[in-house]
Design a protein around this ligand. Structure first.
Ligand code: FES
Length: 162
């Protein structure tokens, strides 16, 4: 089940704008990938259900195009919002600190598969900028210290929350 955060609301909005039409599938997949950084089974199933399409069809479309990332992300996922409001509030410094402290690059995962780092565009919470999402938790007014500590705790604490 997808957590009910702003990212889900943004995908819902795009689907609604397109009247849940099958012809909008590609655009919706793009929006979903922009928001989450990748398309996993939960997300694809949710989209399929919303558009009343067979999940196999949605998966087929997503796998056909190479620009969609279906690669299983790390056990834990950190996503930084690089929208304008977050950018001006120095979200890039936080992302750089994560890259440095956890030896990871944006768009990639650690070799042990424990952590992935993605970027997204505005998640609709600009008032709380800069925003970083660790697993399903949106950390608003994020600082390097808080985020690095949160990631460390996630890595020590084990399983994914999504
Ligand atoms: S720019 Fe990051 S939430 Fe809007």
């Amino acid at each position: 089940m997808l957590k009910d955060d702003n990212r889900k609301a943004m995908i819902d909005k795009v689907m609604k704008e397109h009247n849940y039409e099958e012809s909008s599938l590609l655009e919706i997949l793009h929006k979903a990938q922009d928001s989450y950084g990748y398309l996993d089974k939960i997300l694809l199933t949710y989209i399929a259900k919303s558009l009343t399409l067979p999940p196999s069809h949605v998966l087929g479309v997503a796998t056909f195009y190479s620009f969609f990332k279906l690669k299983a992300p790390g056990e834990h996922v950190v996503t930084g919002c690089l929208g304008t409001a977050c950018y001006v509030k120095s979200v890039d410094d936080i992302m750089t600190a994560i890259e440095h402290d956890f030896n990871i690059k944006r768009g990639g995962s650690t070799p042990d598969g424990k952590l992935s780092l993605f970027i997204t565009r505005c998640i609709g919470a600009c008032a709380m900028a800069p925003n970083i999402i660790v697993d399903d938790e949106v950390i608003g007014k994020a600082t390097k210290e808080v985020v690095v500590e949160r990631v460390r705790l996630a890595l020590e604490g084990g399983g994914r929350r999504r």
